[in-house]
Design a protein around this ligand. Sequence first.
Ligand code: C5P
Length: 282
Amino acid sequence: MTLTARPPAKVNLDLTVVGRRDDGFHELLSTFLRVGLTDVLKMRATEGEADRLTVTGLPGVPIRGNLVLAAVEAVRARAGVSLPALEIELDKRIPAAAGLGGGSSDCASAIELAQACWGLALSPADEIDLAASLGSDVPFFVTGHGAATVAGRGERVARADVSVAALILLTPPIELSTAAVFARYDDLGAAGGPDVDGANDLWPAATSLEPRLPELRSALAAATGVEWRMSGSGPTLFALYPSIEAAVADARSLVNEHPATVGDCLIHAVEPDGEDPAWRFP
Ligand code: C5P
């Protein structure tokens, strides 16, 4: 039997870097919000020798080293018994390496689906532990909370009440590695300025690596009259809207009236819940 999951994207409504840890990671405090843009992950047990992953949809997603395969392998290792190989299909709709947590969300869904395929049930504590070993953003997705306050490296997740009706997500074709942004954050030290963005402490580091980001953000703010923030370590920028209709209207007018600014970006107008964006470009 083939099992299907719809791993959602997230945005960081705010992100504070609390400090640097001895293991090189950073202690964070961040409000995560799940958003209605999802990948599709399918899994079934097979007679095959090894787990097999095929990826369709948006480009830029590696097969080797993919967190979905790492998740399946980690669940198998925890089980400690011989388990059938898995045939896995991943259809990518969440832009990769964008600050939207797509890879981490796929990983969390893979932890769930692998257990379901094999008839296993890890305890919630074991799941969080396993999730944290795979990536800092994975525990949030494993909890299934719509919104949460996330602390530590990412392993402390507490459900939060957040009222956001709709958002525009705008992903420019800019490559920003999370590790590089955190390294630049450390290099900048106090010179980066604490939280000059007002919402995301990684903004000075991201913009120091990518000077096109502040220009883009200013242009978006001027065009829409609303505030734009960066999600995670970027490069995705997002804005909050009081209704999905308002978000779709602004997304449309960005594409129609400001093609020079947003023409090469991926744009999604989404509500926090649900699976598919109300509107997307291209
Ligand atoms: O855990 P994850 O693989 O997503 O992290 C990617 C990189 O981001 C890490 O190698 C580390 O450099 C940085 N990071 C960090 N502190 C965090 C999360 C990520 O320094 N809390």
